[in-house]
Design a binder for this molecule. Sequence first.
Ligand code: CA
Length: 225
Amino acid sequence: MPKILIVEDEEKLARFVELELTHEGYEVDKAFDGRTGLEKLESGGYDLALLDIMLPGLNGLEVLRRARRTVDTPVIMLTARDTVMDKVTGLDMGAEDYMTKPFEIEELLARIRVALRKSEKRAPETKLLAAGALRMDVDRHTVCYGDAPVELTQREFALLQALLENKGIVLSRATLLERVWGYDYMGETNVVDVYVRYLRGKIDDAYDVRLIQTVRGVGYVIREQ
Ligand code: CA
């Protein structure tokens, strides 16, 4: 489910909105001041943020301005001040929408749905990778075979991602080593083979398929059957 960040110093209001959003099935996180809100926003991982303008520490417009340097999470501004100036400034700085307090929760929910739908359309398709029944959602960091989740370690995930991003293209051990372990990796070079074995155990052997294939003397490739 989409994850929403609420940045709002009126804790009662924040908790009320959290309750409503949770009830709708959203995952919710909260911050009660501008700095914490900015940190959380910059850390990524949110599908949308509700951002109050009058906040202690750092005001909402400043949080938005700074966050926009690194993340493009859709933001709906919240404020008690119904001034044209705030609205224009917020939208100019890249806010998706604007709500004046007090608001009807139903209206907020509707606007959240619209903002999420818009950002879904914008999202690049490369976030979802697939080969046969194997699917990887890079942003959500999940892998499934059919409907069954496949549990992978960070390294296994990175290796599978490299293979899926280059589906049908043979990647050498050196290339995989560089992509997944980094240039400065000093360990054994057969680590690629070891991790390919782990992946095969969890995918090919588990589902009786041959997606991850060895090309002798060259490297590995993922192919749809
Ligand atoms: Ca406030």
